[in-house]
Design a protein around this ligand. Structure first.
Ligand code: AMP
Length: 456
C-alpha cells in the first residue's frame, strides 16, 4: 500500500512537516502526555481509548499549538478525536465569551450521517465541559435548528448546503469562528460543495485556524488548501489497514443476474449477522432490499432518496442488529461508523476505484478484523482491475460452486471441468448451517450440488 498522503502532497507549497514528526518512541505515547485537560482525558478514558492513534499523536499537538493542518486521514483512523479533542481543549481554556452565543468552532462534513457522528463525538469527548454542540443538515425541518442556533453554540457541525440556508436566513453568525474543520474534504468536493464552501469561508474571520482532513489528495484539494489554509502543517499517517492486515478481502466471480442469489447464499451459509452491502444506485439498493426480504433476510436501505428519519431508523436497526443487512449507496454510507462491523459486500463494484477503499474501510476498524467480499460480474473486470491497481494488491478471486459465471460454464464439457472450477471455489471461513437464515425460496446452492453429484 502506498502511504497517504501521496508523495506529491509534500510538494504542496507552503506545507510544513510537523515540528516533531512521528518517531518510534511516539508510538507508545499516552493521551496524558498530549497536554489535554483532565476533563477531556476523563472522557477519553471512559471511551476505553488507551493510546492515541497515529493521526491523533501528530494532529493533537499541532492543533494545540495553533497551526493550520492538512491531514491525510480517512474515517476509521480516529481522525474525529484528532481534531475534536484539541479544539475542545482550546475552547475550554479560553471560555470567556463576552456574552456572545455565536459558534467558535465550525466543522463542515459532506453528509448528514457524518455530521451527526462528528457532533456526537464532540458531545462525548466534551461531556465534562460546559460547551454546547449544535448540528445542522438538510433533509429535516429547519425550525428546530433555528431555535438551537438561537441559544449559545460553541461548536457548530454542518453540511454545507444547510449552512448556506442558515446564512441566507441570517440565522447563524460565523463572525466568531476561531477554527474551521473541513472534514472529508475530497468527498465534499466530489459532491459539488465547492461553491458552498467558498461562500462559507468568505464569512469567517480572516484570523482563524484551518484544518483540512481528506482521504485523497487530488489537485482540487491542493487548490482548496492553498486558498484557505495558512502554511499548514502536513500530517502523514500510514494509510489505514483497509487492504492489508485488518480486512480480509475476497472476490467472487459471478454472473450479474445471479448476484442476489449468491449474496443470500453467502449470508446464509456463513451465518453473517451484520453485513453492509453496497450497490451502485439507489434504485438498485431498494430492489435488493425487496429481494433479500423475500429470501427471508431482514434488510433495509440507506440512500439519498430516503428521509432523514428513514436513514436514522435503518442505521439504528443495523447497529442494534435487529436487521442483518444494510444496503447502502456510496454517498449515504460515507462516515457510517459501526463498531466492529464484521462484513462488507460490494454487490456492485464502485464506479470510482477509490470508493472501494472507502467501502471496505467500514470494516476492520480500530484494530478489529473484518471481511470484505466483492461480487465481480463479467462486465466488471475493468473496474476490478482498476481497484487492484489502486490498492496495489491482488485480491484472491474464486468461484462459488453452483454460481459459476456463464463464461466458465460454457467451457465445461465434462466432469473434470466442473471439478477444476470447484477447486477454486471460495470456501467461506466459518461455514455453518444457515438454519434461520436459509432463504425461503429455492436453495441457491442446489445447482452446484447437482453439479457435484454429476462430477462425482
Ligand atoms: P474516526 O476515524 O474518527 O471515524 O474513528 C473511528 C473509530 O475509532 C471510532 O469508533 C472511534 O470511537 C475509535 N477511536 C478513536 N480514537 C481511538 C483511540 N485512540 N483508541 C481506540 N479507538 C479509537
Amino acid at each position: 500500500m502506498r502511504a497517504y498522503p501521496p508523495a506529491h502532497y509534500y510538494r504542496f507549497k507552503g506545507a510544513r512537516r510537523p515540528a516533531n514528526p512521528l518517531q518510534e518512541h511516539v508510538l507508545h505515547m499516552s493521551f496524558s502526555s498530549l497536554g489535554l485537560s483532565a476533563e477531556i482525558l476523563r472522557a477519553v478514558s471512559a471511551q476505553g481509548y488507551t493510546t492515541p492513534t497515529p493521526i491523533q499523536q501528530q494532529a493533537i499537538p499541532a492543533i494545540l499549538e495553533g497551526n493550520d493542518l492538512m491531514a491525510g486521514a480517512q474515517t476509521g483512523t480516529g481522525k474525529t478525536a484528532a481534531f475534536a479533542l484539541p479544539l475542545l481543549h482550546k475552547l475550554q481554556s479560553a471560555r470567556e465569551r463576552n456574552g456572545r452565543k455565536a459558534p467558535r468552532v465550525l466543522v463542515l462534513t459532506p453528509t448528514r450521517e457524518l455530521a451527526n457522528q462528528v457532533a456526537e463525538s464532540f458531545r462525548t469527548y466534551g461531556s465534562h465541559l460546559p460547551l454546547s454542540t449544535v448540528v445542522v443538515f438538510g433533509g429535516v425541518g429547519i425550525n428546530p435548528q433555528l431555535k438551537q442556533l438561537n441559544r449559545n453554540v460553541d461548536i457548530l457541525v454542518a453540511t454545507p448546503g444547510r449552512l448556506i440556508d442558515h446564512m441566507d436566513r441570517q440565522s447563524v453568525d460565523l463572525s466568531q469562528v476561531e477554527a474551521v474543520v473541513l472534514d472529508e474534504a475530497d468527498r465534499m468536493l466530489d459532491m459539488g460543495f465547492i461553491h458552498a464552501i467558498k461562500r462559507i469561508m468568505a464569512k469567517l474571520p480572516a484570523k482563524r485556524q484551518g484544518l483540512l482532513f481528506s482521504a485523497t489528495f487530488p489537485d482540487n484539494i491542493d487548490k482548496l488548501a492553498r486558498q484557505f489554509l495558512n502554511r499548514p502543517v502536513s500530517i502523514e499517517v500510514a494509510k489505514r489497514n483497509t487492504s492489508s492486515e485488518c480486512v480480509d478481502q475476497q472476490a467472487f466471480l459471478v454472473d450479474q443476474g445471479r448476484k442476489r442469489e449468491l449474496l443470500t447464499h453467502l449470508i446464509g451459509t456463513n451465518n453473517w449477522r451484520q453485513v453492509l452491502v453496497f450497490t451502485r444506485t439507489k434504485h438498485g439498493a431498494d430492489r435488493l432490499v425487496k429481494q433479500l426480504l423475500s429470501d427471508g433476510i431482514e434488510a433495509m436501505a440507506i440512500h439519498g432518496n430516503k428521509s432523514q428519519g428513514a436513514r436514522e431508523r435503518a442505521l439504528g436497526a443495523f447497529k442494534q442488529q435487529s436487521i442483518q443487512a444494510l444496503i447502502a449507496t456510496d454517498v449515504a454510507a460515507r462516515g457510517i461508523d459501526i463498531d466492529r462491523l464484521p462484513h462488507v459486500v460490494n454487490y456492485d463494484l464502485p464506479s470510482a476505484a477509490e470508493d472501494y477503499v472507502h467501502r471496505i474501510g467500514r470494516t476492520g476498524r480500530a484494530g478489529s478484523s473484518g471481511q470484505a467480499v466483492s461480487l465481480v460480474g463479467s462486465d466488471e473486470s475493468d473496474k476490478w482491475r482498476a481497484i487492484e491497481r489502486l490498492i496495489r494488491k491482488t485480491v484472491p478471486a474464486a468461484i462459488v460452486s453452483g454460481f459459476e459465471p456463464s463464461a466458465c460454464r460454457s467451457d465445461k464439457t465434462d466432469a473434470d471441468n466442473v471439478t477444476g472450477i470447484r477447486k477454486r471455489s471460495g470456501k467461506p471461513a466459518d461455514a455453518r448451517s444457515p438454519r434461520s437464515n436459509r432463504p425461503r425460496g429455492k436453495a441457491p446452492a442446489r445447482k452446484g450440488q447437482s453439479r457435484r453429484r454429476a462430477a462425482g
